[in-house]
Design a binder for this molecule. Structure first.
Ligand SMILES: [Zn+2]
Length: 317
């Protein structure tokens, strides 16, 4: 039987804004993915992005999965009530920011007829072909979840559900992976960027993570996506009497000023591409030289990627 203490150690839930919660997963892979849960009352819907590593890690004594947690755990951040009590009868729309394993393993628990799964239409083949490799499941030796994307979202598409506007907009942001997307919550003025970037050090210094790219990354596309996100946020920030757009990421960072972080991340990658950030670690992975760029001291970001991605960008840009 799932103990409340066990679940509260495995998932940590806090309120991000009036409609949205962020759940952090204490997974066995050390990925610590962020799971955003937005509750709608009309229509009866919960939007989730992403689904993390799938919860339930019996080896470590955690008997829980994300869906059960959302539906049954009395979350202190929600006045001691579950985020989506079963009796509320809400359907799920799952936005997949990209198909890396630490964002899709939880999909397994949401295979119900009323669940819709949304992904970027930018490069469908990345998800539809060779998913064990593209998701990286193959390299950590876990079964690749089987799921069908029920909605391929186009760039700049505004989402609706059963004919009602959700006031959410999708942006294609290839670079981390071809299928990477961002989604913007117009009412909350919050932009979610998946794994495109995040800060290096988690709250209370409990762990750190570089912005990471697998060999399917592409820094030419990535730099274009950063520009696109920056322009998007700057445009929204011109709207009168509205708060500046904030950004939430797939790891570590859930709410920071959008323009500020985008300018810093763009500068960081420009510096790396120009060869101005030291490489502090290098190893061979999947047949390539994989390196860690990290400035001296306690930098706000670090980056790990195949060195080739920086060299290709240096040539192209
Ligand atoms: Zn990723």
């Amino acid at each position: 039987m799932a103990g409340i203490s066990s679940r509260s150690q495995y998932f940590t839930c806090s309120r991000l804004n009036a409609t949205t919660f962020v759940i952090q997963e204490n997974d066995k892979y050390g990925e610590h993915p962020f799971i955003y849960v937005k509750i709608y009352h009309d229509p009866r819907l919960v939007v989730i992005a992403d689904t993390g590593c799938g919860g339930g890690d019996k080896d470590r004594g955690f008997y829980c999965n994300l869906k059960d947690y959302i539906e049954t755990y009395p979350a202190p951040a929600n006045h001691g009530k579950p985020l989506n009590p079963l009796k509320a009868e809400r359907g799920y729309l799952i936005i997949c920011t990209h198909c890396h394993y630490d964002h899709i393993l939880g999909l397994t628990h949401f295979q119900t007829p009323s669940t819709r799964i949304l992904a970027s239409s930018y490069d469908k083949s990345f998800i539809e072909e060779n998913l064990p490799e593209h998701s990286l499941c193959k390299f950590i030796d876990v079964p690749t979840p089987e799921y069908t994307v029920s909605y391929w979202a186009d760039d700049l598409e505004k989402l609706s559900f059963d004919g009602t506007q959700l006031h959410l907009q999708i942006l294609h942001t290839p670079g981390h992976t071809p299928d990477e997307l961002a989604w913007y919550d117009e009412h909350e003025r919050h932009l979610y960027v998946g794994d495109s970037f995040y800060e290096r050090v988690a709250n209370y210094n409990v762990y750190e993570q570089p912005i990471i790219f697998s060999k399917e990354g592409n820094w030419v596309s990535y730099m274009q996506s950063l520009e696109k996100l920056l322009r998007f946020v700057e445009e929204r920030n011109k709207e009168p009497d509205k708060a500046p757009v904030r950004i939430g990421c797939g790891h570590i960072t859930s709410s920071v000023d959008g323009v500020e972080i985008l300018i810093l991340v763009r500068q960081l990658f420009q510096d790396i591409i120009a060869g101005e950030v030291p490489i502090v670690h290098s190893e061979e992975k999947r047949g390539e030289e994989f390196v860690l760029w990290k400035a001296a001291g306690e930098p706000r970001f670090s980056v790990a990627a195949p060195k080739r991605l920086a060299l290709e960008a240096a040539k192209a840009l």
